[in-house]
Write a protein of this length. Structure first.
Length: 152
């Protein structure tokens, strides 16, 4: 009986890791961008109690912006995140996209009434205080930003 339970638990753990891999979307950035991000992450010298995460947005039809931020491991639940970016040998969670701030609300219980939501739904903006890199589809780095940045 113990062998059957152990076998069941083993099968369940393989299934969970396999299904998470299938459900996830992995982003592969251009080499120049990945190298810059890797340099930045390594220079942060984070203790084991911190984790790096990215925000990703399209600034216009030509450029993308990726922000690097560190968080205490217990401050954000990374277990439900399904989008990741590969940097060197690390899988970095992407925790926000530009449309999260455009269309998302921090209060999902206060969404107003159908046909009358505008002006009722609280939107949010983010003042990003970390490192950002702006690049094009080909990986040409247009600009690097450090410090507090107010989104446009």
């Amino acid at each position: 009986m113990k062998k059957i339970i152990l076998f069941f638990i083993l099968c369940l753990s393989f299934y969970n890791s396999y299904s998470q891999e299938i459900d996830s979307i992995i982003y592969i950035l251009p080499d120049k961008v990945e190298i810059k991000l890797n340099e930045r992450i390594e220079s942060m010298n984070l203790p084991d109690s911190y984790e790096v995460a990215f925000s990703l947005e399209r600034t216009d039809s030509l450029y993308f912006r990726i922000g690097v931020k560190n968080y205490p491991k217990n401050s954000i639940t990374f277990s439900n995140i399904k989008r990741f970016c590969i940097v060197n040998d690390k899988t970095i969670p992407i925790i926000s996209f530009d449309y999260d701030y455009i269309f998302g609300t921090p209060y999902p219980n206060k969404i107003g009434k159908f046909g009358k939501r505008e002006g009722e739904v609280l939107r949010r903006t983010v003042i990003f205080e970390g490192y950002e890199i702006i690049f094009d589809r080909l990986g040409n780095i247009h600009r690097e930003l450090y410090g507090v940045q107010v989104p446009k």
